[in-house]
Design a protein around this ligand. Structure first.
Ligand code: ADP
Length: 334
C-alpha cells in the first residue's frame, strides 16, 4: 500500500481539519505494515492557482508542517514534504498535460464553482489544477488516495489520465489509484450554525475551534455554541432534526474515539448544561497538548524546515524511477 495525500498550506487549522483530515492521516500512518509507505505533502504549488502573498505562502508552509507534526505525523515513519521541493510534481504534471483533455477538465465541478462565469480571467493553474493532482499521486504510483467527497471527481480524472497514458504509450506504468474515503472521518459543522461546515473562511471566529485556541477560549466557544433546549435523547434517530445537537455529539464522539450511540448512552436525559462542560474538558484534553507541541515547534522553524527537506529527499528518491519511466514512455529520454 502506498498512500499519498496533500493539503494546501493555508493559515490556521481548525477542529474540522483535524478530525476530518489530519487525524485520518495519523491513523493511516499508524496502520502501516512493513513495505507500506505514507507520503503527506503541503500543496504549495497548488496554492499558486490563486493570487498569493509570497511571504505568507512560505510562512504558512512551515506552520502547516509544524501543525501536522504536532498532530502526530511522525517524520520517521511518514514522508512529510512540500511539493515545490520535489520538481517531479511539476514535470510530471506537464507530461500528463499532453494526455488530459480540455473537455475532461472543463467538466470538473470545482472548476465550474470556483471560476463561475469569470473563467477567462482565472489563472490557467486553476483550470489545470486536477492535472497537477493526478501527477501528485501518479509520481509515486500511489495505490490509495484519501479523499474527501469534494475531491472524488478529481481522483476519477486521475484514473482517466492514467488509463489513457498507459494505453497511448503502450506501457503499464501507472496503477489506478483507489479513492479511500474513510468512514471514520466526520464532517464537523460550525458552532454557530449546524447546517454550515466548520471552516476557516467563516467570518465568525466563534464558529470554529482553532488548533491554536487557548484552553479558556475553547471552553468559552463550546459554552456559547448554538444548541436547543431539549435534553439529549438515547436514540440517535431522535437527533435527526437537531443539527447543532448532532454536531456537538459528533465532536464528542470523534474526540473520544467512540460513537454517537455510545455518547448518547452516557448522556441521555441530560441537557447541554451538563454536556457542554464535559465536551469542553474533552476538547481541551485533546487540543491543549497539540497546541503546546505546535508552540514548541514554531519556536524552532529551522528544525521544521530541516524535517521537510529530509522528507523531500526521500520523496525525490521514490519519484525518480517513475519520472524516468514517464520521460522514456513519451520520448524525452532514451
Ligand atoms: P476549509 O474549509 O477550512 O477551507 P480546507 O478546504 O482547506 O478547509 O480542507 C482541508 C482538509 O480538511 C480537507 O481534507 C477537508 O476535507 C478537511 N475539512 C475541512 N473542513 C472540515 C470540516 N468542517 N469537517 C471535516 N473535515 C473538514
Amino acid at each position: 500500500m502506498r498512500v499519498v495525500s496533500g493539503i494546501q498550506p493555508t493559515g490556521n487549522l481548525h477542529l474540522g481539519n483535524y478530525l476530518g483530515a489530519i487525524r485520518q492521516w495519523v491513523a493511516m500512518q499508524d496502520a502501516m505494515q512493513a513495505g507500506d509507505e505514507c507520503l503527506f505533502f503541503l500543496a504549495d504549488l497548488h496554492a499558486l492557482s490563486q493570487p498569493v502573498n509570497p511571504a505568507e505562502l512560505a510562512a504558512n508552509t512551515v506552520e502547516m508542517a509544524a501543525t501536522l507534526l504536532a498532530c502526530g505525523i511522525d517524520p520517521a515513519r511518514s514522508i512529510l514534504f512540500n511539493q515545490a521541493r520535489v520538481p517531479g510534481h511539476s514535470e510530471l504534471a506537464w507530461i500528463l498535460g499532453g494526455t488530459a483533455r480540455m473537455g475532461w477538465l472543463g467538466r470538473m465541478t470545482q472548476w465550474k464553482d470556483k471560476a463561475g462565469r469569470q473563467g477567462d480571467s482565472q489563472s490557467t493553474a486553476l483550470f489545470t489544477y486536477p492535472v497537477l493532482q493526478a501527477a501528485d499521486v501518479m509520481l509515486y504510483r500511489a495505490t490509495h488516495v484519501p479523499v474527501g467527497h469534494d475531491q472524488k471527481q478529481h481522483l476519477e480524472l486521475a484514473r482517466d489520465i492514467a488509463v489513457k497514458f498507459n494505453t497511448d504509450y503502450a506501457v503499464e506504468l501507472f496503477p489506478l489509484p483507489e479513492p479511500f474515503i474513510s468512514a471514520a472521518a466526520p464532517r464537523i459543522m460550525s458552532l454557530r450554525d449546524g447546517s454550515a461546515k466548520m471552516s476557516k473562511s467563516d467570518a465568525s471566529d466563534a464558529s470554529r475551534i482553532n488548533l491554536t485556541d487557548a484552553d479558556d477560549l475553547i471552553v468559552q466557544k463550546l459554552k456559547k455554541a448554538k444548541t436547543d433546549p431539549a435534553p439529549l435523547p438515547d436514540d440517535p434517530a431522535a437527533l435527526a432534526d437537531r443539527p447543532e445537537a448532532t454536531n456537538l455529539v459528533t465532536i464528542y464522539a470523534a474526540l473520544a474515539g467512540s460513537s454517537g450511540e455510545a455518547v448518547l448512552a452516557e448522556f441521555a436525559g441530560k441537557g447541554f448544561g451538563a454536556f457542554k462542560p464535559a465536551l469542553a474538558d474533552l476538547a481541551v484534553s485533546v487540543i491543549g497538548p497539540i497546541r503546546e507541541r505546535l508552540a514548541g515547534l514554531l519556536a524552532d522553524r529551522e528544525a521544521v524546515g530541516a524535517a521537510l527537506e529530509q522528507g523531500a529527499e526521500r520523496a525525490r528518491q521514490l519519484a525518480a524511477p517513475t519520472l524516468l519511466a514517464a520521460q522514456r514512455a513519451v520520448g524525452l529520454q532514451v
